[in-house]
Design a protein around this ligand. Structure first.
Ligand code: UDP
Ligand code: MG
Length: 349
């Protein structure tokens, strides 16, 4: 939707509008040297459009969180030649997308904060509609992918299975919403109250609550560079989503245990009957198969329990969720080593 159509739409005019907010955009960057120049250029354009239309109070602040990049990302952030007000934060190592994003959300102090990827797959023009939704009273606005035509069939298929699996496990998620969202100051301060180390932000934000809206956008291909989410990181994120938000797998093990034990009783009764009738055939299969089957089930059960125990182990340590190496504001290095107040995980995703 263009600015003029937004401004002239009945919903926009009739709504009880909030005054224009200050806006910060948080972008986690991991080896994004190829994508950054396009990002800056696109956001400069967005900034001037938003200022012209009066949708934001002041020029937008861009927070770039360098998640321990090994390429020239940090050099580019430090020397960013842009009209935007840029704050760069370099983490001490690669903490993973969710942690880098969280670091940015916590650092931002604008009225509303939008989080997005560095590769322009999250269409910046959707931010106009997000701001309109905020003006109407939403404290959280979820960016939802309208079409996945640019994704590979595997990404489409796995995403569909992923949302299906998570919802069957009772995890409250917005389908096809990743981490492109707007949050108001109120929602962000509520988010900062959550003390957990294992971060799965798209699930946590649902737990925060408040008035929310969704905005649909089409997801183009990456502007430049490669995806930083290989299969193993996707699987780790999917597991994080389940084990951080659902204890259903533990319950399923109990149910499975009852089912197998019940069957074993029936089988035992049948065996006694067969023995009394003199029909017993000494069987190898009936001995060996249950041993393997139960052995396997035990291992699965232990593994699932282990996932949760491991999680408790990490949470009790209360490590910082991210550690800042240095920060820079529109070109000048401002702060040396500081440790973020939040608590945190060992896992790097
Ligand atoms: N990212 C990060 N740390 C990581 C991996 C990714 O900060 O360890 C950032 C990355 O730079 C990008 C965003 O997270 O801005 C999403 O990653 P990507 O676009 O590679 O994921 P995809 O869109 O392929 O799922
Ligand atoms: Mg991407």
């Amino acid at each position: 939707m263009s600015f003029s159509s937004i401004e002239s739409s009945a919903a926009f005019k009739d709504a009880k509008l909030r005054p224009p907010p200050s806006l910060a955009i948080v972008v986690p960057c991991y080896n994004e040297e190829d994508a950054l120049p396009f990002l800056l250029q696109r956001l400069e354009q967005l900034d001037s459009e938003l200022m012209k239309s009066g949708m934001i109070l002041a020029p937008l602040e861009l927070l770039l969180i360098d998640d321990g990049s090994t390429d020239k990302t940090w050099t580019l952030i430090e020397g960013a030649n842009t009209s935007l007000q840029v704050k760069g934060v370099r983490l001490s190592r690669n903490f993973g997308h969710q942690h880098a994003l969280y670091a940015g959300l916590i650092q931002a102090d604008a009225d509303v904060v939008v989080s997005m990827d560095a590769d322009l797959q999250d269409d910046p023009s959707a931010i106009v509609e997000m701001l309109a939704a905020y003006a109407r009273g939403a404290d959280v606005v979820y960016g939802v992918r309208g079409c996945r035509a640019t994704d590979t069939w595997f990404k489409r298929w796995s995403a569909q299975k992923y949302y299906g699996l998570l919802s069957s496990m009772g995890v409250d998620l917005i389908p096809d919403h990743a981490d492109f969202r707007l949050m108001s100051r109120k929602a962000l301060s509520a988010l900062s109250e959550f003390g957990e180390t294992n971060l799965f932000l798209r699930g946590l934000v649902r737990q925060v609550g408040f008035a929310s809206e969704t905005v649909t956008y089409d997801r183009p291909k990456r502007t430049a560079g490669e995806s930083k989410y290989p299969l193993h990181k996707m699987i780790a994120l999917a597991l994080e989503g389940i084990t951080s938000f659902s204890i259903r797998p533990l319950r399923m093990i109990t149910m499975l245990g009852f089912l197998i034990a019940g069957n074993a009783f029936i089988f035992a009764a049948y065996s006694i009957l067969a023995w009394m009738l003199g029909k017993t055939i000494p069987g190898w299969t009936s001995t060996v198969v249950p041993i393997y089957m139960l052995g396997g089930l035990h291992l699965v059960a232990l593994g699932v329990i282990g996932e949760y125990v491991g999680k408790i182990y990490q949470e009790t340590k209360g490590r910082p969720r991210f550690i800042i190496d240095k920060t820079v504001t529109s070109g000048a290095v401002t702060a040396p080593i500081s440790i973020a107040h939040a608590k945190a995980s060992m896992t790097s995703r």
